[in-house]
Design a binder for this molecule. Structure first.
Ligand SMILES: CC(C)(COP(=O)(O)OP(=O)(O)OC[C@H]1O[C@@H](n2cnc3c(N)ncnc32)[C@H](O)[C@@H]1OP(=O)(O)O)[C@@H](O)C(=O)NCCC(=O)NCCS
Length: 150
């Protein structure tokens, strides 16, 4: 198993994972835009099979985690954490001092992962995400990248 940069040629496999695990999955256009505007991403793969990926943006000294997902059958094996740790280490190496992300209030799996990685709740956005029958709040988490305990 290895972590390596994401390429446009990964799009097909990324879309399959995205559609299988997200409530409101990104579409092909959104992923293409990520590549065009220079967002950075990494894949975790095993013998050419994409198991999960992470996408971040970097501006000034801020890192934003835009997408993190692991294929359903590969979840709960530490891959999400490995991807996040790798992305944050890369962001720090490129000069980021802080990282932010948004997550659905109901996404207890992701929130549990972020809390274990010492992210702190720093805010909320009311009714930010669409749901099947309404809206749902976003929780905003942040973490300093200056300290060494990634
Ligand atoms: C969130 C997500 C990326 C976590 O990836 P993962 O590979 O399953 O996570 P890990 O195996 O690295 O687990 C890290 C921690 O996440 C939490 N977690 C992961 N899967 C869990 C599960 N099935 N039940 C409860 N907690 C879980 C736990 O805190 C876990 O720590 P532990 O292994 O010490 O118990 C993955 O569940 C996913 O792709 N979800 C759908 C997409 C999504 O919600 N992305 C985040 C949007 S902000």
């Amino acid at each position: 198993m290895k972590i390596r940069p994401l390429f446009k040629s990964d799009l097909e496999q990324m879309l399959l994972i995205e559609k299988a695990v997200h409530i409101a999955p990104w579409n092909e256009e959104t992923f293409k835009t990520c590549f065009q505007v220079g967002y950075i991403g990494w894949a975790i793969e095993d013998q050419d099979k994409l198991l999960g990926f992470v996408i971040i943006s970097l501006s000034a000294d801020e890192c934003h985690v835009l997408n993190l997902c692991v294929g359903r059958e590969y979840q709960h094996q530490g891959l999400g954490r490995q991807l996040m740790e790798y992305a944050l280490a890369q962001a720090r190496e490129k000069g980021a001092g802080i990282v932010y992300l948004e997550v659905r209030r109901s996404n207890s799996r992701a929130i549990s992962l972020y809390r274990k990685m010492k992210f702190h709740l720093i805010g909320e956005r009311k009714d930010y995400y669409p749901t099947v029958n309404g809206q749902e709040d976003a929780l905003i988490f942040g973490k300093s990248l200056v300290q060494l305990d990634l």
